[in-house]
Design a binder for this molecule. Sequence first.
Ligand code: 87F
Length: 516
Amino acid sequence: MPPKKDDSKGKPALIGITAPKDEDFPSWYQQVLTKGDMLEYYDVSGCYIMKPGSYSVWEKIQAWFDGNIKELGVQNAYFPMFVSSRVLEKEKDHVEGFAPEVAWVTKAGTTDLEEPIAIRPTSETVMYPYYAKWIRSHRDLPLKLNQWNSVVRWEFKHPQPFLRTREFLWQEGHTAFLTREEAEKEVLQILDLYARVYSELLAVPVIKGRKTEKEKFAGGFFTTTTEGYIPATGRGIQGATSHCLGQNFSKMFGITVEDPKNDGEKINIWQNSWGLSTRSIGVMVMVHGDDKGLVMPPRVAQTQVVVIPCGLTVKTTEEDKANIMAGVTEIAEVLKKAGVRVIADVRDNYSPGWKFSDWELKGVPLRLEFGPMDFKKKQTLAVRRANGKKESIALGDVAEAVPKLLEDIQAEMYAKAKASFDSHVIRVTEWDDFVPALNNKNLVQIPWCGVTECEDEIKDKSARQDGEEVDERAPSMGAKSLCIPFDQPEGIIKGETKCASCGRDAVEWCMFGRSY
Ligand code: 87F
């Protein structure tokens, strides 16, 4: 790309995104985040600074989700970030697989601690001893707590902003019920909220489903998930998970109540846990961003509209100039009153073109241009970030038209992402079609037998076979099962339809894909 011309005398030319999304996706992603003012790199590997541009998105997600779980009777609390080794060991069985990722504090200054203390990778072991203390009778149920916090998982795989970071923000909900029915009902209610965070706030479509036995949370009973799709890489990505833990943890931690029906009998309670993290922001950026930078969905955009004075030249009279500037300020004020998050960009040391590129880089969903002709015609020109569509709006209509336009943009962004996702979910019934479909950047749904060994085999068979090292970043990695979609396609006939991989009887459609 040729270097940009300096069009603002004395000011540096704005350096836009230099890596095309479809040619060098990793560099594109890094540039979009840093140049779009979302993120700054940090000097501890795997850790990043979330700047206001991204943190404000998290605040939108928080406000929406927090309001909705409170409707369900969930309360927020805060538990410590430190876990003693004794307590962490308590759920050895399921922690075992995760142990290499647990970070430990071993020193204070130069003094060795008597006992190393772990930093929470998740809070089951932190919270459940107190659930055992607090839940004494069925009258103490349901107990529904959530916390907004950060957790630390010291991963050694290649870190990626938002998607794989050593510390990340999330919410973790931990609920306890008397009965299985209540627990199972809530698992799906929460999953639905997660799907809505993606589709309604981030304009990112997801598929809801259940994890296979191999991919579920090992400590739980069953795991439900929202699965997303990154078109640029053709990989699936888990958006959030809602687990029914069954009675596994209540047995481990001795969380029992007396059976209200069966006098005196101790019964173990039923538990759920569920989490949504800042990974969601990375997914949003990857799905919507383009070669000019970020493209923010209006509902989560920190700035929804920017108003820019245009068409001012050396020949413009002072009076005209004053009219334009007053008009720009007025439009912004009207919009602010209408509840729109708006900025009037009245900086006089940058050209309109420079400002356009600057706000495009940051992904502001709508730009309003206001120049001498607009002043005469009592209108402003609206330009959509996502698709460049332009339309004039009469000044008198701005307060009403712009919020509508923003909702329209939100819907357009979702529809576009949905069409892309839908066209990349391929159903195949023959193994020969599986890897080619995967190689064409698709997720693949197959009639499947439900056997774990078959799942292992699919992963092996779909990885690159030519002996070249399989990098987890390269598209040659094997396919994992992503979920068994709740929304099952038709076509599986019991005892007749065969698993597309192993030929055993197929039980249901399962979605596979290379994934993050
Ligand atoms: C890493 C280190 C130690 C995931 C870990 O999904 C333990 C773990 O238990 C661990 N990584 N997990 C599973 C987390 C399960 C569950 N916790 C509450 C969630 C949602 C929120």
